[in-house]
Design a protein. Sequence first.
Length: 240
Amino acid sequence: MIRCLCTILYFFCILNLTGVSLDFQVKEKMHYNNAQEVKEVVSEHVSGEMSEYGDVPKKIALTFDDGPNVACTGRLLDGLKKRNVRATFFVIGKNAKKNPKLTKRIYEEGHMIGNHTYTHIDMSKVSEGKAGKELKKTSRTVHAITGEYPQYMRPPYGVCSQKLEESLDMILVRWTIDPLDWKTENTNEIVKKVVTKAEENDIILLHDCYKSSVDAALKIIDILQKKGYEFVTVDELFLD
C-alpha cells in the first residue's frame, strides 16, 4: 500500500502532457518518459489493489481551469448534478473572490477545488516568491469561502520551475488529455478529441469559461458513461 501511495504522489508531480521528463523525490528518485508511462504505472498499482474486489468502473477525471465564470460555471454545475458527476475545478483566486456564491456552490455540491494561482500568472517567468504569494492568496480566498484550503494545484500553462515544484506544500496536477478547447467554439471537435483518446485513469483538461466547453463536457460525460466510465475528482482517482 505504501508503494502504491508513493506511486500516486509521483504521478501528480510528474504528469506532463508534453512528454518532458520530470522527477519528484519521495523516498527515491524515479523517472518517467511521458504522461502515458506514468498513467500505466499508476493503473497497474490501482488495478492490482482493487482486483480482489471484482470488476469496478473505469475511473476518469474531468478538470476545469480558469473559473468560476458567471456565464458558464452555473450551467456546468447544473449539468454535472443532473448526471451525478463530480469534477475538479482549478480556480483562479480573483475569480473565486469575484464569484463567491459559485465557488461555494462548487464546494457544497461535492466537487474538488484546486489552486490555479490568483491572476493566472506564468509561474515559470516570475520569482518563486511571487509565485508563492499567488498560490497563498488563492488558498486563503478559497478557505474564506469554503472553510477548506486547496490541497492540489495546477500551474497555468502547466509549467513552473523545478525548484518551486519541489517546495510546494500542495500536490501538483497536470493532465493527460488536452483538446485545446480554448482555441475553438466547435463543440463536436472538442468532444471528438477527448472521447477518441480517453482511457482509464485519464485526467481531462477543459475550461469552465466557454459555452462550447461546457456543452462539450456534458456530451463527453454522456458518451463515456455509456462506455462504462465513472467520473471522479482528481483525489478520488488515485486515493480511493
